[in-house]
Each structure stands twice: as structure tokens, then as C-alpha cells.
Design a protein around this ligand. Structure first.
Ligand code: 4NP
Length: 158
């Protein structure tokens, strides 16, 4: 499998995309695919630059044996559109922002995460204003999506 560089993007880079980053990294590691996969995450907004992930995302990851506490928020940058092969927005709002930011010739790298992973056009909903149970549902959605994404990347490479 050729190396694939994946960037997950949400609004704040503290709830959804860092959890997706941790989940994909873990699933890839379990399948021995770490050497051929680069994963990162970023936000379209700048409110949480330098912050650790939301405590509820850290806890959801920890319940499933994944540590994302060392990750720090950052904003999407122009260089990301050349540094990554796939730029996966968590919801249609993120995808719209990314397409507007994309330098010429790079917009084709931008996709809605679950649509690219499994052909399912659903958004990963923003859990920021929800209760803790929304974060377990978020984890489950991301795990299923990341598992499909790895299968798709494997098919693409073979
Ligand atoms: P995220 O959630 O996009 O999944 O990281 C949010 C986090 C923070 C804010 C919005 C969404 N905020 O408005 O600060």
C-alpha cells in the first residue's frame, strides 16, 4: 500500500477531528499499517489553537484504550492542501469551508468523511453542546467510519 496522508477537519479541532485522528491511528496500528499512513487533524476555526482535545473526547478515547491527550488544536493552513492526499471534513459545513480555502487544483482532495469512507452522505454531528452520551455515539460513528476508510484505502492500493 502506497503511503496515504489523511487530514481530518472539523470546526474547533477539539471534539471530532482529534478523536478521528486517534481512532484511525489506532486501527491502522492494529493492522500493521502505521508505516504507510500519516494522520493529522485541524480545525477551520481558530478558537482552540494550542488547546488539548475536549475532556469528553479524551475520555471517550480512553474508554477504548486510546490516548489523545497529547494532541493540540491547530487551524487548517494552505500548506495542508499540498501536504495531505485526503482532507476529510466531518460535516458539510467543514467541507464547504475547505473547498473555499483550497488552493487551485487541490479541491478534489476534499471530501465529506463518511461519504468518502463508506458512501454514506451523513455528517458527523457537532457534539460540543451535547451531553457526555453524545461522545460515546461519536466514538462509535468514528470507529465504524475509520474502519471503512481503511478498507477503502486498502482497495485503492491493491
Ligand atoms: P469540533 O467541536 O468542531 O468537533 O471540535 C467544536 C468545538 C468547539 C466549538 C465548536 C465546535 N466552538 O465553537 O468553540
Amino acid at each position: 500500500m502506497k503511503t496515504v496522508r489523511v487530514l481530518f477537519v472539523c470546526l474547533g479541532n477539539i471534539c471530532r477531528s482529534p478523536l478521528a485522528e486517534g481512532v484511525l491511528r489506532e486501527l491502522a496500528s492494529r493492522k500493521g499499517l502505521s508505516p504507510v499512513l500519516t494522520v493529522d487533524s485541524a480545525g477551520t476555526g481558530a478558537w482552540h489553537v494550542g488547546d488539548p482535545p475536549d475532556r469528553r473526547s479524551i475520555e471517550a478515547a480512553r474508554r477504548h484504550g486510546i490516548d489523545i491527550s497529547q494532541l493540540r488544536g491547530r487551524r487548517v493552513a494552505a500548506a495542508d492542501f499540498s501536504d495531505f492526499d485526503l482532507i476529510l471534513g466531518m460535516d458539510e459545513n467543514n467541507v464547504g469551508t475547505l473547498k473555499r480555502l483550497a488552493p487551485e487544483g487541490t479541491a478534489a482532495k476534499v471530501h465529506l468523511f463518511l461519504d468518502y469512507a463508506s458512501g454514506d452522505g451523513q455528517d458527523v454531528p457537532d457534539p460540543y453542546y451535547e451531553g457526555p452520551e453524545a461522545f460515546e455515539a461519536l466514538y462509535q460513528m468514528l470507529e465504524a467510519g475509520c474502519s471503512s476508510l481503511l478498507e477503502r484505502l486498502g482497495e485503492r492500493a491493491s
